[in-house]
Design a protein around this ligand. Structure first.
Ligand SMILES: [Zn+2]
Length: 364
């Protein structure tokens, strides 16, 4: 298969449209049309990850962190960071990253972490203003209404809460005059035709818009299907950064910290808040969530995240919220087995090697 097929499979799970604008997701190095039958999955595109990819004969490296994060001004090989980019390219490898799109995706990294902590009733923690919702309106002959409805629903349109296939249609009359070069599905050339149609409406999240339009065009019988895409005021409430949910039962912060340490297989965690205080509702942000402490809803008892600085901890104490800092990579290293499992399930013909990075920080 091609590198772009593997990218498309990952983006089915974590659409690129979910990524923040400043991010660097997708294929960043190499040829999207390169043949790939072996992928290395790593948290970060490090020198060690490249060495492992070459050793196992992988043609593509899939990471959580983008290989190129800030725009480069040069590609000098005496700078270790740019030398790595040059080496990936000269070995003909493809580098791919699923970063904030994978953080935000409904079954992405934060859901994986929430499941590790056995959270119940998981919901998004923070709204993401860029996950807009659109209304797709199109005009379909009655004979094709069911086919169009099924196609767009299958592509991700029409989901409201626990309901799928949420659509509306009303009858009406469409008009058209086919030109010389037209091959109309119905009606006569050079005459004003009237056609009984349905006005079909459905909500589409931005992240699924491209797929939904493609699905519509694939099954719509007309040569020139008419459709409108109308931006709505609301954002997608089923999607957000981080997850929140309830632990199976209320426990002390000390017990919660031990559970986190065991579930993440990290040597230690840092805890902010009264150790014997009771926690039940929990928020999780993989990676650098310390900076989000001021904006997470403070009705949660505990935030589990990484990269918590002193002043972040003070802000949490002020808000009456406990924090467990399980380290940035202690949380995000779980992207590697999760993406490995996903690729193996989705693309059975692909060889997938997980690269379990050695820890970045050690406790001594
Ligand atoms: Zn990270």
């Amino acid at each position: 298969m091609k590198a772009r097929d593997i990218a498309a499979a990952i983006e089915d799970l974590a659409p690129l449209e979910l990524a923040y604008e400043w991010d660097g997701c997708g294929i960043s190095i190499g040829n999207p049309d390169a043949e790939v039958n072996h992928v290395l999955v790593a948290l970060t595109l490090s020198r060690a990850a490249l060495d492992r990819a070459l050793a196992v004969g992988a043609h593509m490296i899939v990471t959580h962190h983008p290989a190129i994060f800030k725009s480069l001004k040069y590609l000098r090989t005496d700078d270790p960071a740019t030398a790595l980019v040059v080496d990936v390219a000269t070995h003909g490898l493809v580098a791919y990253a699923a970063h904030t799109n994978y953080d935000i995706a409904p079954n992405g990294l934060n859901t994986v972490l929430g499941e590790r902590f056995a959270l119940r009733d998981m919901q998004p923690l923070l709204p993401t203003p860029h996950t807009r919702v659109f209304k797709l309106v199109c005009f379909v002959p009655d004979s094709h209404l069911a086919m169009v409805r099924d196609a767009v629903a299958h592509a991700g349109a029409g989901v409201i809460g626990n309901y799928t296939h949420c659509t509306f249609s009303s009858p009406g009359i469409g008009t058209f005059v086919p030109g010389d070069a037209a091959t109309p599905y119905s009606g006569s050339k050079h005459a004003l035709n009237e056609e009984e149609e349905r006005r079909f409406e459905v909500r589409v999240p931005q992240s699924r818009l491209r797929k939904v339009i493609a699905a519509l065009l694939a099954v719509h019988p007309y040569e020139e299907p008419a459709y409108d895409i109308v931006p709505l005021h609301d954002t997608e409430t089923s999607i957000g950064l981080g997850v929140r949910g309830k632990l199976p039962e209320p426990v002390t912060l000390r017990t919660a910290a031990q559970m986190v340490r065991e579930q993440l297989a990290v040597e230690d965690v840092r805890v902010v808040g009264p150790l014997e205080g009771i926690v039940h509702s929990v928020g999780v942000i993989g990676g650098a969530g310390g900076g989000e402490i001021r904006i997470v809803p403070h009705d949660i008892d505990l935030l589990i995240t990484g990269d918590v600085r002193y002043h972040d901890a003070l802000a949490a104490l002020d808000a009456g919220m406990a924090v467990i800092d399980a380290t940035h990579d202690g949380l995000e290293k779980w992207a590697v087995p999760a993406l490995t499992g996903y690729l193996r399930r989705t693309l059975p013909g692909l060889a997938v090697t997980p690269f379990e990075d050695v820890a970045t920080f050690y406790t001594v």
